[in-house]
Design a protein around this ligand. Structure first.
Ligand code: COA
Ligand code: AMP
Length: 624
């Protein structure tokens, strides 16, 4: 079947469509019911099926004869090491570590938080939770202690997994002091904290609470995968919303496994035995879906890369990894290649490596700008494929469905709707927009398998944020349009979420931090276009009457506050003092206008502004 027929089948007969895809994976009890609707309107995929996600990612692969095939390659230029694990070896490590977790009381439904660098133990920890039917929640290592504390209090984990340090290029970042600070701040206290010791840093262990990973794993009895219901949660992944409080996106086991297997085939055209590399971090959804679960459930070899696209040691790093491990499919964020292009515009490094193994490069996480698209295509001669998705969906909403048929690519477009996603562009009144007309991008319910099922502990927020804005649809928060051929163009967020170097951050959260400075009366943080990172946050600050602080001192203080409270990853480096902030009559800050000014777009002066000089002043400051 070609794309149009496949897509129509997925939308018109979703149950028949997904019943077939469900048969691609090994169930303990195959589902009879494919889709059911609860009284509260939520949908459940495969509600009577039973499975175990770690079984699919490990044991099922060994059963299929892939025990001696490489499952995981840890390539770490920052430590100068490469470690390889076959499916049989990874299964054994996970089974024993699951035994260690069980010894610490972890069972089905318990939460385990991971605050880990990009080391094999991060993958082992996630899969060990899945094996026990426990729910993992990985917190990105670039977040500060406070962010970790917020997540500990929300997820209430029984156990916390960490390592003695992470390594940022040549800087060792001790993790244990951050964990200790988070645990001092959080109300909830996990019963145990398991620390993976790395040679680059020692971690002080608190007797009775902290335990050495290697010792526990060695003593752990191997555990068999525990069957869980398809609808039981596999993980919680916190993501930025429009308020300071992150949203705990909940993903189930069954729908997720089916979606992972299907997307590997259709979106990436990856087959068992292929080497798949998602150059991201396990702390982000890309890491969950396409470093860990997608490739392993498909029987691929996955790469866990502890390094950067540049500086570890040079702009040839990505090409080196592809050549050395025979990577067939590469997936990363456009910003990674913008960093490479900046350092090596002629791609001279590429000529040092044989990357004929590479069949295609996929990009997501932010808009793939046509310049980066053209550069990559020109230098590699490979298909360069944009695809659009979100933490909430867990897999691509729009893509070039290369596993079905490769469609012509339209630079600037994220592709066509992926089978399963009934994508609609809606105008302000919730009606379908015409081709070429910008609107909000929504997905008609039910969402396909693998998408979020709720917000952890806050179903009302789930409804409010995603289902209530347009009844019958999932509200994505992105704006965009569709051309006459059906290609979807995603133009950016319609809310206060920004994307910095492919990292999703909330300006609302940064505003809470900036507003806490004693000299600040009012502030607004906006995302300003940046050549390397796509966007960077900039604070516009109104001082309290009588405040005398110098602009540079205030900026330094605010930069440090955001680093301490949210983390270096926020890249908050600039604050401008302004005389006034533009507002609506009801007193709301006119963010849309500010965003347009920041992006250098034409803007209309709103009628609520009596003095257009305010906007000119801000424009001058932002572009000085
Ligand atoms: N632990 C601790 N600190 C971290 C961290 C981690 N896991 N990840 C990032 N940081 C820190 C960095 O050290 C840096 O700190 P600094 O301000 O003290 O230098 C800060 O957070 C910003 O990090 P980053 O945005 O990564 O900047 P960079 O200059 O180190 O690298 C890029 C720039 C473009 C090379 C890098 O952002 C990149 O590779 N992006 C790809 C994004 C990606 O993979 N996104 C995932 C979605 S697909
Ligand atoms: P995250 O939840 O971190 O994956 O971020 C999701 C957000 O990133 C989306 O809502 C978009 O705003 C943006 N995004 C992801 N992929 C793309 C893409 N291919 N094109 C444009 N924006 C994207």
């Amino acid at each position: 079947m070609r794309y149009p027929e496949t897509y129509s089948a997925s939308i018109e007969q979703p149950e028949a469509f997904w019943r077939d895809k469900a048969s691609w994976i090994d169930w303990f009890e195959a589902p009879e019911t494919i889709l059911s609707r609860r009284a509260d309107g939520h949908h459940d995929w495969f509600p009577d099926g039973r499975l175990n996600t770690a079984d699919l990612a490990l044991d099922a692969q060994v059963r299929a004869g892939r025990g001696d095939q490489l499952a995981l390659i840890h390539d770490s230029p920052v430590t100068g090491t490469i470690q390889r694990f076959t499916y049989a070896e990874l299964t054994a490590r996970v089974a024993h570590f699951a035994g260690a977790l069980r010894d610490k009381g972890v069972g089905p439904g318990d939460r385990v938080i991971l605050y880990m660098p990009m080391i094999p133990e991060a993958v082992i920890g996630m899969l060990a939770c899945a094996r026990l039917g426990a729910i993992h929640s990985v917190v990105f290592g670039g977040f500060a202690a406070h962010e970790l504390a917020v997540r500990i209090d929300d997820a209430k984990p029984r156990v916390l997994l960490t390592a003695s340090c992470g390594i940022e290029v040549d800087r060792v970042i001790a993790y244990k002091p951050l964990v200790d600070a988070a645990l001092e701040e959080s109300v909830h206290q996990p019963e145990a904290c398991i620390v993976c010791a790395r040679p680059q840093a020692n971690a002080e262990l608190q007797a009775g609470r902290d335990f050495d990973w290697a010792g526990l794993e060695a003593a752990g009895q191997a555990v068999e995968p525990v069957p869980v219901r398809a609808t039981d949660p596999l993980y919680i992944l916190y993501t930025s919303g429009t308020t300071g409080k992150p949203k705990g996106v909940v993903r189930d086991n069954g729908g997720h496994a089916v979606a992972m297997r299907y997307s590997m085939a259709v979106v990436y055209d990856a087959s068992p035995g292929d080497v798949f590399w998602a150059a991201s971090d396990v702390g982000w959804v890309v890491g969950h879906s396409y470093i860990v679960y997608g490739p392993l459930i498909t029987g691929c070899t996955t790469i866990l890369y502890e390094g950067k696209p540049v500086k570890t040691p040079d702009a040839g790093a990505f090409w080196r990894v592809c050549a050395e491990h025979g990577v067939n499919v590469l997936f990363t964020a456009p910003t990674a290649f913008r960093a490479v292009r900046k350092e090596d515009p002629e791609a001279e490094e590429l000529s040092r490596y044989d990357i004929r193994c590479l069949k295609r490069i996929l990009l997501a996480g932010e808009r793939l700008d046509p310049t980066t698209h053209a550069w990559l295509s020109d230098k590699t001669g490979l298909p360069i494929l944009d695809h659009w998705w979100q933490t909430e969906t867990g897999w691509a909403i729009c893509c070039n469905p290369v596993g079905i048929e490769k469609l012509p690519t339209q630079p600037g477009s994220a592709g066509v709707p992926t089978p399963g996603f009934d994508v609609a562009i809606l105008d302000a009144s919730g009606q379908p927009a015409n081709p070429g007309e910008q609107g909000q991008v929504a997905v008609r319910l039910p969402l396909p398998p693998g998408c979020l099922t709720t917000i952890w502990g806050d179903d009302a927020r789930f409804r409010h944020a995603y289902l209530d804005p347009v009844p019958g649809y999932y509200y994505s928060g992105d704006g965009g349009y569709r051309d006459a051929q059906g290609n979807v163009f995603i133009m950016g967020r319609m809310d206060d979420v920004i994307n910095v170097a492919g990292h999703r951050l909330s300006t609302g959260e940064m505003e809470e931090v900036v507003a806490a400075h004693p000299a600040v009366a009012e502030c607004c943080v906006i995302g300003v276009r940046d050549e390397l990172r796509g966007q960077v946050p900039v604070g516009l600050v109104l001082l309290k009457d009588g405040a005398t602080i110098a602009a540079d001192d205030l900026e330094d203080a605010l930069v440090e506050m955001v680093r301490q409270r949210i983390g270096a990853v926020a890249c908050f480096q600039r604050a401008e003092i302004v005389e006034r902030l533009p507002k609506t009559r009801s007193g709301k800050i006119l963010r849309r206008v500010l965003r347009d000014i920041a992006d250098g777009e034409d803007y209309a002066v709103p009628s609520t502004i009596d003095d257009p000089g305010i906007l000119e002043d801000i424009e001058k400051r932002l572009h000085s």
